[in-house]
Ligand binder design. Structure first.
Ligand code: SAH
Ligand code: SF4
Length: 391
């Protein structure tokens, strides 16, 4: 990150090793787990093999109890149970929408709460994962943006969201077997609460675990990280994670984008586009998703659509139009269906896929941009929201 980046420096980073008590094995990279085992007395020569075994129990079979790791000696299991824990966030509440979307409120260390959303689809299912409690950024159309950032999630808390969702879906295979059924949780999107690129290392480590071929085994093509445009971290995402990238574009002039996505004042549209141009090549991914929230009378004109396709010309892209999801006190309205259709048609005629995202789980406030933890309900005043939105 650039030394002059203004917004992130107040983010509290949680120590990756707990200061006291047994260490959590969840969220550690393979190397870190190996080092932890050696530090607690596992002979160096055995450590790699032990990591492989424990890894498989935790991430392939979903085991939470060392006693169940039957290919390890009883003595070693007892030792592990003394020195380590296998800990995931605690599910506090679960709501199920009429359309099958599930929203979990999970509690993490310090009593903080974040939301995780599971969206079932035909033959697949997507988990929308949070990366921070709240967000330091203040996008004026986003409910999470009205909540103060409390802290970054650890890698354990990020991958732990995937693990508790698999618990709830009953999706861990019986140890020793391989399930042929299509995955219920087949895709991950980092589109929950928070800006993933302001919590880079933890997000990276968690996604590496999700992609590990001996664990949860999701292909990097099934993981999409959405950023508001933290330009210096985009190249790093390509190199160190290699997942699919989505960008919260939302406007076609700097003037409007400054109001909607204030990080644009730090890295403007031209700088963002330049970083995005390099992404598909470096990450060897197909195309970038441009997310575009449809706000009535703000960014949804024909002229916007034409400007948009001009701006992104030459970038392999799909444009995902998101009808604005309202939340209490929001200073915007959703564009009409006709307007969204007209916008989509212009983009499509220019040669880009332009799907309109179907809001899911609206009845349980689980749709994009509606997440906000119950512990942090207190909202900025309407005046503040309007001031941020430049209204
Ligand atoms: N912080 C990241 C990821 C989380 S938001 C980012 O901003 O990209 C996931 C997507 O939902 C983003 O494109 C975001 O701009 C969009 N979004 C936020 N609030 C919304 C709302 N009220 N209605 C529709 N989309 C919204
Ligand atoms: Fe944060 Fe993304 Fe919401 Fe902006 S849209 S406030 S970056 S979560």
């Amino acid at each position: 990150m650039s030394a002059t980046a203004p917004i992130t420096q107040d983010v509290m980073t949680i120590p990756r090793k707990q200061a006291e008590g047994p260490m959590n094995l969840v969220g550690l990279t393979r190397d870190a787990m190996r080092a932890a085992l050696i530090a607690e007395g596992t002979p160096e020569k055995q450590a790699k093999m032990r990591v492989g075994q424990i890894w498989q129990w935790i991430y392939q079979w979903g085991t939470r109890d060392f006693a169940d790791m039957t290919n390890l000696s009883k003595a070693f299991r007892a030792e592990l149970a003394e020195k380590f824990v296998i800990e995931v966030p605690e599910v506090v509440t679960k709501q199920v929408s009429e359309d099958g979307t599930r929203k979990y409120l999970v509690r993490i260390a310090g009593g903080h709460e974040v939301e995780v959303v599971y969206i079932p689809e035909e033959g697949r299912g997507t988990l929308c994962v949070s990366s921070q409690v709240g967000c330091t950024l203040t996008c004026s159309f986003c409910h999470t943006g009205t909540q103060k950032l409390v802290r970054n999630l650890t890698a354990a808390e990020i991958i732990g969201q995937v693990m508790v969702a698999r618990d709830d879906l009953g999706e861990w295979p019986v140890p020793g077997t391989i399930s042929e059924a299509p995955r219920l949780l087949s895709n991950i999107v980092l589109m929950g609460m928070g800006e993933p690129l302001y919590n880079f290392e933890n997000v990276r480590d968690a996604m590496k675990i999700a992609m590990d071929p001996e664990g949860i085994q999701l292909s990097r093509r099934r993981i999409t990280l959405s950023t508001s445009g933290v330009v210096p971290e985009i190249a790093r995402t390509a190199e160190e994670i290699g997942c699919q990238l989505a960008v919260s574009f939302h406007a076609t002039t700097d003037e409007v984008r400054n109001n909607l996505v204030p990080i644009n004042k730090r890295w403007n549209i031209a700088e963002l586009i330049e970083a995005l141009r390099a992404y598909p090549r470096v990450s060897n991914s197909e195309r970038i998703t441009f997310e575009y929230v449809m706000l009535d009378g703000v960014n949804d004109s024909d002229a916007d659509a034409y400007r948009l396709v001009e701006l992104i010309r030459g970038i392999p892209a799909k444009i995902n139009l998101i009808p604005f999801n309202e939340w209490p006190g929001a200073p915007y309205k959703r564009s009409s269906n006709n307007r969204i259709r007209a916008f989509s048609e212009i983009v499509y005629q220019a040669g880009y896929a332009s799907p309109v995202r179907k809001p899911r789980g609206e009845d349980i406030m689980a749709a994009c941009g509606q997440l906000k933890s119950a512990t942090e309900r207190e909202r900025k005043s309407r005046k503040q929201i309007e001031a941020d939105a430049g209204m």
